[in-house]
Design a protein around this ligand. Sequence first.
Ligand SMILES: Cc1ncc(COP(=O)(O)O)c(C=O)c1O
Length: 427
Amino acid sequence: MVSELGSQPLFEKASKLMPGGVNSPVRMFKPYPFFTQKATGSKHYDVDGNSYIDYCMAYGAIIFGHSHPPIIEAVKKKLDLGTVYGTPTEAEVQLAELITDSFPCAEMVRLVNSGAEATMHSIRLARGYTGRKKIIKFDGCYHGAHDSVLVKAGSGAASFGIPTSQGIPEDTTKNTLVVPYNSVPLLQEMFEKEGDEIAAIIVEPVIGNMGVIPPSKGYLNELRRIADQYNTLLIFDEIITGFRLAIGGAQEYYQVIPDLVTLGKVLGGGFPISAIAGKKKIMEHFSPIGKVYQAGTFSGNAISVAAAIETINELKQKKSNFYNSLEQFVIELTNSLRECISKNEMNVQINNIASMFTVFFTDTAVMNSDGARSCDNTKFMKFHSELMKRGVFFPPSQFESCFVTASHNKEDLSKTVDAAVAALKAI
Ligand SMILES: Cc1ncc(COP(=O)(O)O)c(C=O)c1O
């Protein structure tokens, strides 16, 4: 034990002080979540003295490994110079340049603090720019916990079976049109009815929040085509995929260029920062030069910006070899599991792309949120707990992606394969 209180007593105490004992719902799993002592590289250590090979990786925020020394050094260097100023800095300009160099759609950048802020303001910007009210989102995509997108959302909202959160006025959600992911005809139909009123399509180009669901072939091109046909903006929410599928995210990977992109998670190298980026003619509608208001005390703070600059510079130096080796790890891991699944005739599907994968407990391919929702969640949670007994931590929900980082090594790979095969057989 590394804490006087172990995870169970800490959870009991936390539950008296914090709703559900956690500060974000997905962190809760039964009977109680372990409490973290520290995390370094690919390993997560709890206060009870256990260690785990981590595939949650702070829900995809980490790409090099926990506590990556160059990022920690870059932050330490800044700490003595002040942390937040309320004035612009050269480092913000440097970061904006790194983002515009990396993302094909990005001509200008606005920094914010969280993914939810980024998507919220990207939607406001799209509404301000087009003068239209409605947006399209896809069933199962998660864009943060704010009013216009908390409708048929993935991630925690899916785990806890909440189709639309209480506390959101119908006047808001009536402007959010929901369409199934990976279906062009249903999207086309919606546009035929409502197209002239739709400000934006917002989409996770690869869904990470119903488990991993990649787009079917040509799907993202169709989104681009339909958006252009109706003068609607296309927003790629790349909070997960940005800097993860490739340095230029899903738009580089699939060669489909949106009008706006939202970035977060990997961008900050473990520190809180997000961004909205896009075409200049749209971005210039943001205040103070435009009439779409957007602001934030901690936006562009020195610490998160330093971490982000170090992260992008390191990714740029490493180039495509880096992404290939993460993908190779996932391919080896998922192929070994598929072998076990087919030998033992298990009803399990695995989706994977780049450094992301999900194990789904179902007998049919998972192409959209209906497919993900039809999975056996009880079996998933048993699998999760069997994995934990064997020193492997997956995110505690069927509706999340596992993430591989540069710190996952050969030994992790073989231990994880052994643990996952044993866990699959044990449930
Ligand atoms: C695709 C996507 N968009 C937006 C968000 C919200 O980001 P944040 O939790 O930083 O507000 C998330 C968070 O998981 C996400 O996965």
